[in-house]
Design a protein. Structure first.
Length: 157
């Protein structure tokens, strides 16, 4: 019960302090100097760059917008809206990640991630392990397969 109250207080404070930033973000099409692709159609190199950033440090999730999250993780499995907070949930066999956005809009595509939580789905996986590895495993699970071309291995005469 205490954790729920603390989480609610945290989101109210985040909403209060981020109000000016959200207004500025809603009026522009960039975030931290990166272009937000309005229609969600990122190129493969753009997706690869976002993935690599998150794989290097999962705290980089806090520098991503909903549009960028969808580019690398696809559609969330669960979306919960408790205005002004929107929560997107992603899962795999071992863990769950909840991404929190604070936005007055019903869509969180232009909003930045303000908080995230990772937890284990099974007793054999500790929450500490899930917190350090879940985001990376989800990013790797959704990465497209890369094929090796024969031209790079076999050189004809």
């Amino acid at each position: 019960m205490g954790a729920c109250l603390a989480t609610c207080v945290l989101f109210v404070l985040l909403q209060f302090f981020a109000a000016d930033r959200r207004d500025a973000l809603a009026s522009s099409s960039s975030f931290n100097g990166r272009m937000i692709v309005e229609d969600g159609r990122y190129t493969l190199p753009q997706k690869r760059q976002i993935r690599q950033m998150v794989l290097r440090d999962q705290k980089e999730l806090l520098n991503l917008t909903g549009s960028e999250i969808r580019a690398i993780l696809d559609q969330p499995e669960l979306v919960r809206r408790d205005a002004p907070t929107t929560v997107w949930q992603y899962r795999n066999d071992s863990c769950v990640v909840d991404l929190y956005f604070t936005t007055p809009s019903p869509k969180a595509l232009k909003a930045p991630v303000v908080h995230y939580e990772a937890r284990a789905r099974h007793d054999d996986v500790t929450d500490e392990f899930a917190q350090t590895n879940c985001v990376q495993s989800l990013v790797r699970d959704t990465a497209p397969s890369r094929f090796v071309s024969f031209e790079s291995i076999y050189k004809s005469q």
